[in-house]
Design a protein around this ligand. Structure first.
Ligand code: MRU
Length: 349
């Protein structure tokens, strides 16, 4: 399986996801600003992977800080990383976690603070892989044997420290001996499905068919699809789910055709401080992502364009939310509160 991100003595190394699948190139971020830039440009993307990158970015920032007024520098580092992308709450959760560790080291020599922050960032990375494996174990039973699973965007190894959330469920179902294949929506405009999901599943030898986003309804009606599994960027207290734009349409079509719609996500993606998905900030990205394909214009110059990167699927379309702590079912207000326990709200910082 591809290594999405790792901590090294030289800095934070990540596979450049803007260049996949044509080239497998690794970039090294040597400063926290380079990590922030990589998140912004989607060299690394996917909610859990963004969280891991942010944790490593904070550690890198403090490691390279000159030690003068470290509190102010820590604020600057965290502020810059937090300003990269607004929707995936894992980013803010990870920064909060690093800030808490920093706060707990008050009065310690700077070398100890640095060592502790690096250790915490590496721990966030290790935990994320274990969490995804647990999500996979908890979700594998839900995948019907002998059917096709439809997924949207990339919620795989590339979107996490490894293994994946939605693709983790698929990997675990395959490992349990189920005979399944996958339909991957191409996921315009950034093509995470075509470029990333198709690539990583093909490398794993999991039978995968690529479809364009507007074919999803046709196949959901065909009787071939056994369930839909997607990831999430933020889940509100009532179970509304923000995920890659286009997820909502898939969810409505799944319900219309009586197909279960599952969301696979770690508890760190829950933001129980938000009552509903209406409060989730939706990132608006550069319109050039819509008007061009790999630099080639596909629309007339000057045409007005919208480019929301995410949409919100109302909870009534969600059959269940698969987490590392178990499967939450409606009413989500109760099941998510129970699963998250006290103190987990996705992370204000
Ligand atoms: O814009 P992206 O590529 O970061 O969006 C990613 C998604 O929407 C994923 O489905 C989500 O982050 C879950 S990843 C396990």
């Amino acid at each position: 399986m591809v290594e999405t991100i790792r901590w090294t003595d030289d800095g934070v190394v990540m596979v450049d996801q803007t260049r996949l699948p044509r080239e497998e190139v690794f970039v090294t971020c040597r400063t926290y600003r380079e990590v922030a830039d990589a998140i912004r440009r989607m060299v690394i993307r996917g909610a859990p992977a963004i969280g891991v990158a942010a944790a490593m970015g904070v550690a890198l920032g403090v490691l390279r800080a000159d030690g003068e007024d470290l509190d102010a520098q820590m604020e600057e580092i965290c502020g810059e990383l937090a300003g990269t992308r607004p929707t995936a709450v894992n980013l803010f959760w990870a920064i909060r976690r690093m800030k808490d560790v920093y706060g707990s080291m008050r009065g310690h020599p700077i070398e100890e603070v640095r060592r502790r922050l690096v250790e915490e960032a590496r721990q966030v990375y290790r935990e994320d892989i274990a969490i995804n494996e647990a999500i996979g174990r908890n979700g594998a039973d839900l995948v019907p044997d002998g059917k096709t699973v439809l997924t949207h965007c990339n919620a795989g190894a590339l979107a996490t420290a490894g293994y994946g959330t939605a693709l983790g469920v698929i990997r675990a179902a395959v490992a349990a001996g189920k005979s399944i294949d996958v339909f991957a929506d191409e996921t315009r405009p950034f093509l995470q499905g075509a470029r990333l999901t198709a690539w990583e599943l093909q490398r794993d030898g999991i039978p995968t068919t690529l479809i364009t986003d507007n074919m999803a309804g046709h196949f959901l009606k065909s009787g071939r699809i056994g369930c839909v599994v997607v990831g999430a960027d933020r889940i509100a207290a009532n179970g509304d789910v923000a995920n890659k734009v286009g997820t909502y349409s898939v969810a409505v079509l799944a319900k219309e055709n009586g197909i279960p719609f599952y969301v696979a996500a770690p508890v760190s993606t829950l933001d129980l401080s938000l009552a509903s998905g209406d409060e989730i900030p939706i990132e608006q990205r550069d319109t050039a992502e819509v008007t061009t394909v790999f630099g080639t214009p596909v629309a007339p110059e000057g045409i007005p364009v919208e480019n929301p990167a995410f949409d919100v699927t109302p909870h009534r379309y969600v059959t269940a939310i698969i987490t590392e702590r178990g499967v939450a079912r409606p009413p989500f207000g109760e099941s998510l509160a129970r699963i998250s326990g006290s103190g987990t709200t996705g992370g204000r910082f």
